[in-house]
Design a protein around this ligand. Structure first.
Ligand code: CU
Length: 238
């Protein structure tokens, strides 16, 4: 399975963070209080762009000015980091109904706003199957955690559609973990997968115990870029 260049994602995020920081510095009153600074420091077009992003309606114009990865990271950064979900100041609803529905909606909007989208390759059904996998693993998989002397061993099991999802997602996530410096491995079981993570200086045993199965599964920021790649038909399905 090929790896997404996560360093690129980090680099884009770093550039964005630097931009936001510079922005905060420019506005009056010093660097404290990012939210207020962002609002008061914005000129009209920036505020408009921000409003559109909060509503998940990035305009085609925005896409001309920034790459998709940048747009995606900025969108996530603003929604999650600085404002949360308190953006309905115009009284217009923003919630898509379901998280998977909203994820697909956002991806479809990105694809439709990009004139370079190759519609002969687009595969929204594949993304949907992956989001079902994520749902199964997050909500329905059973995870039995056992603390070892130097790490944690998690037996992840399920049946039917849940089992299929576990077999796809957990080993794939182990590859991602190793890529970002974790010592992890997976072993196939008849009814699931055994996930073993070894403690290290950066990931001590106390942290591993506290994180548990889901805390370990959410490590890394690879899902967002992978979802776009899946939808574009560029991601070999695991
Ligand atoms: Cu995902």
């Amino acid at each position: 399975m090929t790896k997404f260049p996560w360093k690129t994602t980090l680099a884009v995020a770093a550039v964005l963070a630097a931009t936001v920081y510079a922005f905060a510095q420019m506005s009056p009153g010093g660097p404290m209080g990012m939210h207020g600074q962002m609002q008061s420091g914005m000129n009209d077009s920036m505020a408009e762009m921000h409003r559109q992003m909060m509503q998940g309606q990035g305009s085609a114009g925005m896409h001309e000015h920034m790459g998709q990865g940048m747009h995606q990271n900025m969108h996530q950064g603003m929604q999650g980091g600085m404002h949360g979900r308190q953006s309905g100041s115009l009284g217009a609803p923003t919630m898509p109904g379901q998280d998977a529905f909203g994820t697909i909606q956002e991806i479809v909007q990105i694809l439709q706003a990009d004139p370079a989208t190759d519609w002969s390759k687009v595969n929204i059904a594949a993304l949907r199957q992956h989001l079902i996998d994520m749902n199964e693993v997050t909500l329905h998989a059973a995870a039995a955690e056992r603390v070892l002397d130097n790490g944690i061993e998690i037996t992840v099991t399920g049946e039917g559609r849940t089992l299929e999802a576990i077999k796809r997602m957990v080993p794939a996530h182990v590859s991602e973990l190793r890529e970002i410096g974790w010592e992890a491995k997976s072993d196939d079981l008849p009814n699931g997968v055994k996930l073993t993570v070894t403690a290290s200086e950066t990931h001590p045993l106390t942290m591993l115990k506290a994180l548990g199965f889901m805390g370990i599964m959410v490590q890394g920021g690879h899902h967002q870029p992978h979802h776009l790649m899946m939808a574009k038909g560029e991601f070999p399905m695991h």
